[in-house]
Design a binder for this molecule. Structure first.
Ligand SMILES: Cc1cc2nc3c(=O)[nH]c(=O)nc-3n(C[C@H](O)[C@H](O)[C@H](O)COP(=O)(O)OP(=O)(O)OC[C@H]3O[C@@H](n4cnc5c(N)ncnc54)[C@H](O)[C@@H]3O)c2cc1C
Ligand SMILES: NC(=O)c1ccc[n+]([C@@H]2O[C@H](COP(=O)([O-])OP(=O)(O)OC[C@H]3O[C@@H](n4cnc5c(N)ncnc54)[C@H](O)[C@@H]3O)[C@@H](O)[C@H]2O)c1
Length: 463
């Protein structure tokens, strides 16, 4: 049996960062993953494939040029599932190569197989075809991620799909019902809508993406409805069934029926703890398969075992998972790390993009902090005109007392890149004056920050 300073289970963003960080601290590290290739959900079924699909769709449909050439404009008339898959395969191959090189460069050993605890310091790795490896370590980091939630009463098949299966489509449907208006549901709903698929979103709650500023979501929903996406809120599904070759039926609690050629079930995910034999290590998971940790350094109740990434729940992002992995690996070897800043950005790669950092207007109001908002529309910027964007909206929230930026919220082209300006200003404690007094490149979409700040300035008391 080989012994290591650290065994990391899972090679997604959390596991990868943890393994490399520990290797940089000159520790011996084994990273185990049961996937055929390293990278985790992030590389194979989550972040990278969905973002690649989005990019392919925007390119092939000519989506970004439609502001100029009209809604009928297309780069390629008949887009097939095969067109979408080609770019996906290339991008994923490149990502995996990059990761494998990173592991070898840093002398992180990789084992391909399913890990299972035999006691609190030892695992068995089932590599398939009867091959079992044994390994032990002083410390463990569990970065095992999640899988789609698949309730028993949903008859999954080649037309009723979960969020992993949607990436293996062999044909494009004419209509799609998306169950779940969370981040995954909304990203895919808008990507398919850009492909001219007739999309219906069913969300059980009374609003979409409830953690996002409401004004932004109102704008976003208006945009979606304007291009023909049907959004049904308070829509509790009672049954999903296949009704022949090209028809699926979703029935709702209020008696309504929704028919479509395919269904995407995207109503959450659950921790991938099955088969890990957590009990042998002295650990238990909650009913969604999540592990409880100390939120500062991600240590479980068993002191030499840490857990990070999606397996610990919120916020379940690749971006935050990487940072958690780094912090956990340092903590495991008693190396101190600065606590991360209070706010991180959230990027939703819908069509159009949404990105947000800091407090929403609802949160500021609930704290009873006096505030003022400034807004800018992308079509008010010269860059917006040049690009032909006819939607896009930025909202900045400033404290009336300190004039500090409290929140930045963007929906529209480039939102997930633009947000980092707002993030830097919030984290560095910047005020309205930063935007008013600084010169911005012209013409850029970033100029929207200046326009929004001036809009707020016009209504704020003079200093
Ligand atoms: C469709 C979709 C789109 C997304 N888009 C974004 C986005 O745009 N931006 C963003 O920041 N986040 C996004 N996310 C979230 C992001 O993918 C996750 O937050 C991230 O992958 C979590 O990383 P992780 O390291 O916790 O685990 P994962 O990436 O889930 O990897 C876990 C790995 O552990 C392995 N494993 C599990 N159990 C065992 C075992 N017993 N033995 C061996 N190996 C095991 C699995 O095989 C897997 O490879 C998206 C997710 C989905 C599903
Ligand atoms: N761009 C990104 O950062 C990105 C993209 C995709 C996923 N993710 C991460 O992946 C995680 C999982 O995303 P998700 O969208 O699967 O889960 P989620 O939990 O965020 O959303 C699920 C949604 O489905 C709804 N729902 C549940 N049961 C339902 C039912 N029977 N009928 C109708 N609606 C129902 C819920 O109310 C909720 O709004 C998220 O936490 C997110 O952080 C991030």
């Amino acid at each position: 049996m080989s012994h290591y300073d650290l065994i990391v289970i899972g090679s997604g963003p959390a596991g990868r960062r943890a393994a490399v960080q520990a290797a940089k601290l000159k520790k011996t590290v084994l990273c185990v993953d049961r996937g055929r290739r390293v990278g985790g959900v992030c590389v194979h079924t989550g972040t990278i494939p969905s973002k690649t699909l989005r990019e392919t769709v925007l390119n092939l449909t000519g989506w970004r040029e439609r502001g100029f050439y009209g809604r009928g404009y297309r780069v390629k008339d008949r887009i097939t599932a095969d067109d979408l898959m080609q770019r996906l395969t290339k991008t994923l191959d490149h990502e995996v190569e990059l990761l494998e090189h990173q592991f070898t460069r840093n002398k992180v050993e990789i084992a391909r197989g399913a890990a299972k605890f035999t006691d609190a310091n030892s695992i068995e790795i089932d590599c398939g075809e009867g091959e079992i490896l044994k390994a032990s370590a002083d410390k463990f980091i569990l970065a095992i991620g999640t899988r789609p939630y698949r309730p028993d009463d949903i008859p999954f098949d080649d037309a009723i799909l979960d969020a992993d299966e949607i990436l293996e489509l062999t044909r494009l449907p004419r209509s799609l019902t998306v169950i779940g208006g969370g981040v995954i549901g909304i990203e895919y709903a808008t990507i398919f809508s850009a492909l001219d698929v007739k999309v219906t979103v069913l969300e059980a709650a009374d609003g979409l993406l409830k953690f996002v500023d409401r004004e932004l979501i109102d704008e976003f929903m208006h945009d979606l409805r304007d291009r023909g996406v049907t959004i049904r809120l308070n829509a509790v599904t009672t049954s999903v069934s296949r009704q022949g070759e090209d028809a699926c039926l979703v029935e709702l609690e209020d008696g309504r029926q929704v028919w479509s050629e395919m269904v995407l079930y995207a109503a959450g995910r659950q921790g991938a703890v099955e088969g890990l034999n957590l009990e042998a290590a002295g650990l238990t998971s909650d009913k969604r398969g999540r592990l409880k940790v100390n939120e500062k350094v991600f240590q479980t109740d068993v002191p030499h075992i840490y857990a990070c990434g999606d397996i610990i729940g919120f916020p379940s992002l690749a971006s935050t998972a990487m940072e958690q992995g780094r912090i956990a690996a340092r903590a495991a070897f008693n190396v101190q790390t600065e606590a991360p800043p209070e706010y991180f950005p959230y990027g939703i790669y819908a069509v159009p993009e949404i990105s947000t950092v800091g407090e929403t207007e609802e949160e500021v109001r609930a704290r009873k902090e006096p505030y003022e908002c400034g807004v800018a529309r992308f079509r008010e910027t010269a860059r917006g005109h040049i690009m032909g964007v006819n939607s896009g909206f930025m909202k900045l929230i400033f404290s009336l007392k300190s004039r500090k930026l409290l929140g930045a919220h963007i929906v529209g082209e480039g939102a997930t890149e633009l947000i980092h300006i707002g993030q830097a200003v919030i984290t560095l404690g910047g005020t309205l004056e930063y935007f008013v007094e600084n010169t911005f490149n012209y013409p850029t979409l970033a100029e929207a920050y200046k326009i929004a700040a001036l809009d707020a300035w016009n209504r704020m008391p003079r200093v």
